[in-house]
Ligand binder design. Sequence first.
Ligand code: URA
Length: 237
Amino acid sequence: MERLQKVIAEAGITSRRKAEELILKGKVRVNGHVVDELGTKVKGNDVVEVDGVMINKDIVKKYYLLNKPRGVISSVSDDKNRSTVRDYIDTDERIYPVGRLDYDTTGLIILTNDGELANLLMHPKNKIPKTYVAKIEGLLNKDDIDRLRSGIMVDGRKVYLENFKIRDKNFEKKTSIVEITIVEGRNHVVKKIFESLHHPVIRLSRIGIGFLGIGNLASGEYRELSIKEVKKLYSLK
Ligand code: URA
């Protein structure tokens, strides 16, 4: 027996919190009967419907790691017909990206139909480290580095860097390549960090999610995660 909201979240429909809202709104049926109270438990052979659609509780869980190219949106569809990360993965499963990379950001993104793992990776309390390499305008001075070390205010809240290093400096072009690791998931957070230092980001790439690196994935290539890697991701909780 499992809690109804967990079963819905695990089917990849939505988060557990949103599943609870759907239940309370009377949108969920179990064996044809509306269940609008939290705490209900269901068995493997109970038929669960969300908004009239039966969810398949026995879906095969799939996990992909994509090296997202530039000019691709982190979504499963786009009303402007731009290419999406979903277009790159050859599967019929209802997978979706875990979190977002900006349209012009390249690098690692996980796609899965496992709602529970997606929630775990995105929840701020799990502090999953993400490593980025950014090409930025200008050369960082001591003051900038001190600010990066002591945390940077972004939208009224401080972002602390887990790690930071300058990989390269181009004195002629006045640009730098920096690597930063953060546990933040806020939108555009890396660009905002460097904007607040007046060193705007020119190019950005995510090269690490937890222990996962790019390896030999070329731009636009993907691979399935191994069971061992999935287990290791679960253990990051
Ligand atoms: N931070 C950004 O600014 N953009 C991304 O795509 C990811 C993190």
